[in-house]
Ligand binder design. Structure first.
Ligand code: C2O
Ligand code: CU
Ligand code: CU
Length: 555
């Protein structure tokens, strides 16, 4: 393998790009590690284990609601002209309340499943794709064999039967595939749906409902001239593999960057549609925003600078509404906004935007692909048209929303020695504590006691890996909801951090937390489900590349 900076991977780069590249990362070039990344990126695992699971409904599991969910290849109209080939979930209500299933019209996205806390849910998943897949219910506190772990992935033509009781609080959850090494491409091609939970605490609040309760899934995509999704890692593998090839074409450079920085696009889609516009009445709405992007972080704001009012986050309702000038929404995260359009004149327009923030991502400067909208660049997300007066008055926003039990770090099993998770790149692969994902492997420090209260600390600082600290990682833990205890920012990173800080909501329950460059973030949680679960970065190319590990909760 070539290991000098004259390596052919740079042939074809324009001079400007090459200069930016070499100026920025001399050490990278000197060590020839770009070449080893190219080698490493051939490592999409082939070890999809297919475990025998029963697909027979359990006789004494009396489902309140039952769905059929098929993973299908389809084509959808997104851009003018040619249809886009997509992979999507097709939902069907088998039994239960008709309100339980909604589809997102003219979209690859969906379906929307509405369930209630305490309900017994049965979902038959049928994989009609040509590759392995499995469905994960993001944010759910659920038995480990119902969680969609990659060890449960099923091949095309097979079925997986889910049966579970909804334990989560009212809130906005979502589902997406989780086959190892294939989460990124499957989500990118369209596979994602919503799982909206309600409970009595929420019902008592009289929040906007029905047509006034709008899920909005935010995603970015890159299209080719034929209106097809471009996913660089797959393109590189289709065009002859990346392993050891040292990138004889530009596709490999794109793929390498996508693995390092995450796949990004230049078009912003809301619920699967470009240039999204929403017509509203001049009244209050609940807008459930889901960041379903593979890697993009949003800094949400209104175009007229009015503040945003958050009522719920990933783990459900906040104790009280919170007002922020802007809100940071990292991949995997959700935020429910309460937005009163009665302050606007009928006929006026408002835009939801993403504001500029400091991205320390080296790759954005190196990125040879000018088509991509860099991380931290500002853009419009959607237009909201205030089209009519309210047909019916909305109830006022309650000042108290929910009871939230505060977890006490002094009561944790590991108060004095939190479990540390160091996030860094090593040998050009993103790792957790220097380890990558193994389908069933659990290290000795990844074992926790059932019903134990634990503190974990995510550390995104330089020192270990060669390039430890240049990206923010949204860290996600399965099978649990946690609280954020503290954040500590290294003074060196204070300045970029300040471009995000005013929009971070740490209150309430979370399943995903953004760990910015230079940060240590402590979270606390009680594990109530025994078994094998995952924790990983929710930048899907990081996850697929191995920035994911198992942990076990032992009874
Ligand atoms: Cu939303 Cu393990 O993922
Ligand atoms: Cu998850
Ligand atoms: Cu990451």
């Amino acid at each position: 393998m070539k290991s000098n900076a004259e390596s052919p991977i740079f042939l074809g780069l324009d001079r400007r790009t090459f200069l930016r590249l070499s100026g920025l990362s001399t050490s990278l070039l000197a060590t020839g590690t770009l070449v080893s990344l190219l080698t490493a990126c051939g490592a999409v695992p082939q070890n999809q284990a297919v475990i025998e699971t029963t697909v027979e409904a359990t006789a004494n599991f009396a489902a309140d609601v039952e769905f059929r969910l098929r993973a299908v290849e389809d084509s959808v109209a997104i851009l003018p002209g040619k249809a886009t080939e997509a992979w999507r979930f097709e939902g069907e209500l088998v039994s239960g309340d008709k309100q339980s299933l909604a589809t997102v019209p003219d979209s690859y996205l969906g379906p929307i499943l509405r369930v209630q806390q305490g309900q017994k849910v049965r979902i038959r998943f049928e994989n009609e794709l040509a590759e392995a897949s499995i469905v994960h219910w993001h944010g759910f506190v659920i038995a480990d064999n119902m969680d969609g772990h990659p060890r449960h992935a099923i091949a095309g033509g097979e079925e997986y039967l889910y049966e579970f009781t909804v334990k989560n609080r009212a809130g906005t959850y979502w589902f997406h595939p989780h086959a190892h090494g294939r989460t990124g491409p499957q989500v990118y091609r369209g596979m994602a749906g919503l799982l909206l939970v309600s409970d009595p605490e929420e019902a008592a609040l009289d929040l906007p409902s029905g047509a006034y309760d709008m899920p909005l899934v935010l995603q970015d995509r890159l299209f080719d001239d034929e209106n097809q999704f471009r996913y660089f890692v797959d393109e590189a593998q289709e065009s002859g593999g990346m392993s050891g090839m040292a990138g004889h074409n530009m596709g490999n450079m794109d793929a390498m960057m996508a693995q390092m920085m995450g796949q990004r696009g230049d078009r912003i889609l809301v619920n699967g549609q470009i240039d999204a516009a929403l017509a509203v009445e001049a009244r209050a709405y609940r807008l459930r925003l889901v960041n379903g992007s593979n890697s993009r972080i949003y800094k949400l704001a209104w175009s007229d600078n009015s503040p945003l009012t958050a009522i719920a986050i990933g783990g459900g309702l906040l104790a009280a509404p919170m007002t922020k000038p802007y809100i940071i929404l990292a991949p995997g995260e959700r935020i429910d906004l309460w937005t009163d359009f009665s302050a606007y004149e009928v006929g006026s327009e408002l835009r939801l935007q993403s504001l500029e923030f400091a991205s320390m991502e080296m790759g954005d400067m190196m990125m040879d692909n000018d088509e991509i909208l860099p991380s931290g660049a500002p853009f419009d997300i959607m237009t909201i048209r205030i089209e009519a007066t309210a047909t019916e008055e909305a109830a006022p926003l309650p000042q108290r929303l929910a009871e939230i039990e505060q977890l006490d770090p002094r009561e944790a099993v590991n108060t004095d020695a939190p479990y540390q998770v160091e996030l860094y790149m090593d040998e050009m692969v993103w790792k957790l504590n220097g380890r990558t994902f193994e389908l069933e492997e659990v290290a000795s420090d990844e074992r926790f006691q059932l019903n134990g209260l634990y503190i974990w600390e995510f550390v995104n600082l330089p020192g270990r890996g060669m390039m430890a600290d240049f990206m923010a990682h949204p860290m996600h833990i399965h099978g649990v909801q946690f609280q954020v205890l503290s954040r500590q920012i290294d003074p060196q990173y204070e300045e970029p951090w300040q471009t995000l800080a005013g929009g971070i909501i740490d209150e309430g329950w979370h399943d995903t937390v953004l760990v910015a460059p230079g940060e240590r973030v402590q979270v606390i949680m009680r594990f109530t489900e025994p078994g094998l679960f995952l924790y990983h970065c929710h930048i899907l190319e990081h996850e697929d590349g191995g920035m994911m590990r198992n942990f076990v909760v032992e009874a």
